[in-house]
Design a protein around this ligand. Structure first.
Ligand code: PNS
Length: 160
């Protein structure tokens, strides 16, 4: 498993400026960054997997080392399959830590060769989450600075 290749997994429903901030930081640290969208049959997303992938590709097209992909099943199996040695996750606040620690330790139990690396997004994105962005969009609130302009356009169209 290659530690120069990292997977940044998530739901990305939709991609926010906080995700993009983390991708930018990941690009500086890893030779190859795979942004992996989970296909989760249990969750009811606002955007389809295809829409989420399209938006992610659109907003990361200027990063030659970033690849956007879809995975299902266990993240550790996908990491093995892709030969990635690192899982990249963002931590905004202490409230994220418990869930992230649990996932990281469980992933380590499932695959000891895989390391989880946590990075903090810029402080200004500490309050931002895709869930709140979806809620603000549904209620017609302002999204300036929270998502890329093309994502805002698609959000407005989706909830209209
Ligand atoms: O953006 P999210 O919803 O916080 O991302 C969660 C994600 C996709 C990282 C997590 O749910 C995941 O890895 N799911 C894949 C299934 C899996 O491996 N589960 C065991 C995790 S310990």
């Amino acid at each position: 498993m290659n530690h120069a290749c990292a997977i940044y997994p998530g739901s990305f429903d939709p991609v926010t400026n906080g995700h993009l901030d983390l991708i930018e930081r990941g690009v500086k640290m890893f030779d190859h960054l795979i942004v992996a969208v989970l296909r989760n049959a249990e969750k009811e997303p606002l955007f389809s997997v295809a829409e989420r992938v399209e938006m992610l590709r659109d907003v990361t097209s200027h990063f030659p080392t970033v690849e956007v992909d879809v995975f299902e099943g266990l993240l550790v199996d996908y990491a093995r399959q892709r030969g990635a040695g690192v899982i990249l996750r963002g931590i905004r606040a202490i409230s994220d830590y418990e869930y992230e620690l649990q996932m990281a330790l469980m992933n380590r139990k499932l695959e000891p060769a895989l390391e989880t690396v946590f990075m903090m997004p810029a402080l200004s994105y500490g309050f931002l989450s895709a869930r709140l962005v979806r809620e603000i969009a549904r209620l017609g609130g302002p999204l300036k600075g929270m998502v890329p302009p093309q994502v805002e356009t698609r959000l407005r169209a989706k909830v209209a």
